[in-house]
Design a binder for this molecule. Structure first.
Ligand SMILES: NC(=O)c1ccc[n+]([C@@H]2O[C@H](COP(=O)([O-])OP(=O)(O)OC[C@H]3O[C@@H](n4cnc5c(N)ncnc54)[C@H](O)[C@@H]3O)[C@@H](O)[C@H]2O)c1
Length: 279
């Protein structure tokens, strides 16, 4: 732990993909407020400009770079731009992803499967691939790969999501071993249910499908041991720790940040202890 009040990412250059919304935006702002120069990467120029402004408003330094993480050439160009504007990336948070493509596996259109695999898995791989040469040259770096608790256990009607997020966890472990000797740490972050546009849209789609699950986000918190949905900041705090030197001996780890959801065999509202009786 640094000195009280010390910045936790001083002088670091961090790339956050999917930075225009949700967990990516919160993490970009958190990284920036802790001393990192942040490259906010997302699909639209307006989105990345707004994200960079949010980082600056929080006291950080930032640029926005519009790039599609499924496009290898765009990622190579992104890293070149970041390196010339901010310096070589020290940290990558490969966060961009989608939950689109729900439904029973036997009915899932192949194009939905392909879209999800390209974004959630190949996009993470390509983002890491783009920053790794610079990290290898400097024998230092941190990769944070965005998984999900949906990649650790089965989720009905989420075949693409479960498969891609599980693969990201495997990729994080594999890359951790491959690059540990090069001073590069790789960890997987597995959030539970965090109220972001991704989750709101996923619940709306499930309701339209008539899927018999927790269609109400409000009802969802009853299933979470800590009794609430996550905030994007809950995930940003974990990402900050793993990105910082405080996590210098942590690699190949898979971190859940889910209010205890993945630890519970039976949801909270079913397993709850009876209320204590006070005479
Ligand atoms: N919200 C949750 O509850 C939750 C839980 C577990 C895991 N996750 C994961 O966290 C990540 C972020 O989720 P979120 O809830 O913040 O979602 P979000 O929809 O709020 O944000 C995702 C961002 O990714 C961007 N993006 C999409 N495709 C892209 C592409 N091809 N290239 C670059 N950027 C692209 C979007 O424009 C958007 O800004 C995803 O990988 C998601 O699977 C989210």
């Amino acid at each position: 732990m640094g000195a009280p009040g010390a910045l936790r990412l001083p002088g670091k250059v961090a790339v956050v993909t999917g930075a225009a919304s949700g967990l990516g935006l919160a993490s970009a702002v958190r990284f920036g407020s802790e001393g990192a120069a942040v490259a906010c990467v997302d699909l639209s120029a307006d989105g990345v400009a707004a994200a960079a402004e949010a980082v600056v408003a929080a006291g950080g330094r930032a640029i926005g770079v519009a790039a599609d993480v499924t496009d290898e050439a765009a990622l190579t160009a992104m890293v070149a731009e970041v390196t010339s504007e901010l310096g070589a990336p020290d940290v990558l948070y490969a966060n961009a992803g989608t939950a689109r493509g729900e439904g029973a596996a036997h009915e899932l259109p192949k194009h939905d499967w392909d879209f999800g695999v390209a974004l959630n898995l190949t996009g993470v791989f390509l983002s890491a691939k783009a920053v790794l040469p610079g990290m290898l040259a400097r024998r230092s770096g941190v990769l944070l790969l965005q998984g999900s608790i949906g990649g650790l256990a089965g989720l009905p009607n989420m075949a693409m999501y479960a498969a891609t997020k599980g693969a990201v966890v495997a990729l994080a472990r594999q890359m951790a071993i491959e690059y540990a000797g090069d001073g590069i740490r790789v960890n997987a972050i597995c959030p539970g249910t965090i109220e972001t546009p991704l989750v709101r849209e996923a619940y709306a789609r499930r309701a339209r499908l008539g899927v018999d699950t927790h269609t109400s986000i409000e009802a969802r918190k009853d299933t979470i041991p800590l009794g609430r949905l996550g905030d994007p900041e809950d995930v940003a705090n974990l990402a900050l720790f793993l990105a910082s030197d405080e996590a210098g001996w942590i690699t190949g780890a898979v971190y859940t940040v889910d209010g205890g959801e993945s630890a519970a065999l039976i949801p909270r509202h079913i397993a709850a202890r009876p209320a204590p009786t006070h005479a």
